[in-house]
Design a protein around this ligand. Structure first.
Ligand SMILES: [Zn+2]
Length: 376
């Protein structure tokens, strides 16, 4: 088997900063490299364009047809490198591999390539689908395209997905979702001396902020998720008005809501309506609002076969909830039983990013055992 460290080194060496971050080059070069590497080992793979110049690598290691297929996922993009001296040169210090993306998450992509090489020589019970995707660090167009355009074309669906984001070797079965809400109030501009002509567009935001605060208090006192705690929200951006002596003609407020797996879309819709209704009681200004962007939470049963399979491979690993959102929610929403499980390290999105080599090797071995067992 190719030493894992060399794979991490080669992946880190290719700049794949997300184009949303200081106009990074994106994933095309690293995806091409991974494709060539896989093909050189006789592994069937293809590129899927999630958007022009933003490819996903999809590869299949053919199994013996004795177990369902498992989907593995890692993202190929990284965040920016400002402040790092040699971000694309892997530096080894003891057990630590330093470099941009080593931890988040080219170390995990290296595990996937290494497992593909292992299993192509010794076919596993079921097929393994490798998905190395673009754009996780921005809008997840890569995994979105996998779920929307590619999964439905498969004759036999994978039953489970393992997303190898770093979890410090905890078995991640839950994380929150989020919603970005925005509202706009339209009043009527007039000089401050003309109260009968002006309609204050900012005043209704007072009622909105009061309602958001009341909701936040309700969350603090309400039921919690055993791994994720409570839902939350906060005001994000507020704007409006034009001058001291002018009735403001318009005002906007944005807020973010972090959601639990137990909260339904209709709960969230009702909450939005409650906020808008509060604004509409104030002075008759025109109030509109909508959810601009939202992502589902992840809530996989602790009894799911993939969870049990991982627990058999690593009995000491705790079940954990993750503080961050992952592409896992997209696979879960598509019906795959989804678990997040990855290595230990430090400094995702920071200048001192490193991943533990021994942890990468433990994760690879655990995933190898799970694939070998074929029960998920
Ligand atoms: Zn990541």
């Amino acid at each position: 088997m190719t030493p894992l460290i060399n794979l991490v080194r080669q992946l880190v060496a290719i700049n794949s900063i997300n184009p949303a971050m200081n106009s990074g080059p994106g994933e095309a070069e690293v995806a091409q490299w991974a494709t060539s590497w896989l093909r050189a080992r006789g592994i069937d793979c293809k590129l899927q364009e999630a958007a022009p110049g933003r490819p996903n690598v999809i590869a299949r290691v053919v199994g013996r047809g004795e177990a369902p297929a498992l989907l593995l996922n890692a993202h190929l993009d990284t965040v920016a490198v400002e402040g790092m001296d040699t971000p694309f040169i892997l530096r080894v210090e003891g057990d630590r591999l330093y470099g941009r993306g080593a931890y988040d998450m080219k170390g995990s992509a290296a595990i996937m390539l290494s497992l593909a090489e292992h299993f192509v020589a010794s076919p596993p019970p079921g097929d393994i689908w490798l998905t190395l995707v673009s754009d996780e660090e921005d809008f997840s167009i890569g995994s979105d395209a996998i779920v929307r355009d590619w999964l439905p074309t498969l004759q036999s669906q994978p039953t489970a997905a393992l997303v190898l984001e770093p979890t410090e070797e905890g078995i991640g079965i839950a994380h929150k979702g989020f919603g970005w809400y925005e509202m706009e109030v339209r009043g009527r501009a007039a000089h401050g001396s003309l109260p009968d002509e002006g309609l204050d567009a900012i005043a209704p935001l007072g009622a909105v902020l009061g309602t958001l605060l009341a909701l936040e208090k309700q969350f603090a006192a309400g039921p919690t998720h055993p791994l994720l705690g409570r839902p939350s929200l906060h005001a994000s951006v507020i704007s409006g008005g034009s001058g001291w002596s002018v009735y403001p003609a318009e005002a906007q407020l944005r807020w973010e809501r972090r959601t639990l797996p137990s909260e339904s879309q209709s709960d969230l819709q009702a909450e939005m309506e409650r906020v808008l209704a509060a604004a509409r009681t104030v002075n008759g200004a025109d109030v509109t609002g909508h959810c601009a962007f939202a992502r589902d939470p992840l809530g996989t049963s602790s009894e799911a076969p993939l969870v049990s399979a991982l627990q058999r491979a690593v009995p000491e690993a705790p079940l954990v909830g993750l503080p961050f959102w992952t592409d896992g929610a997209l696979f879960s929403a598509a019906g795959l039983s989804t678990v997040i499980y990855g290595p230990m390290g430090h400094g995702a999105h920071a200048i001192d990013e490193w991943v533990s080599l021994s942890s990468l090797e433990r994760v690879r071995e655990a995933v190898r055992q799970v694939i070998e067992a074929g029960a998920f």
